[in-house]
Design a protein. Structure first.
Length: 86
């Protein structure tokens, strides 16, 4: 019987995602091979986030990345909603 390894990451929330999650930041232990899509699905269920993944951009450690970028231990992950300007 194998135990799946986990890694510790930080997720930062801004704008409506911070409002919906009720926090600005949280530390999480996630499965070592979890994808960004799986992470957002998990957070969407955990916090009842209304924004679909298709409307978000994602950044790791202050750099925009694609949704297939691997997550590493200690990463800071941010899901960024569209910004309206005027």
């Amino acid at each position: 019987m194998s135990v799946e390894s986990t890694i510790e990451i930080n997720v930062l929330y801004f704008a409506n995602l911070a409002d919906e999650s009720g926090c600005d930041e949280e530390s999480l232990a996630i499965a070592n091979k979890m994808s960004l899509s799986q992470l957002y699905d998990h957070l969407q269920q955990k916090h009842s986030l209304s924004m679909p993944q298709s409307e978000l951009r994602v950044a790791i450690n202050d750099y925009f990345v694609s949704w297939d970028e691997p997550i590493k231990a200690g990463d800071n992950v941010v899901f960024i909603s569209p910004v309206a300007g005027g």
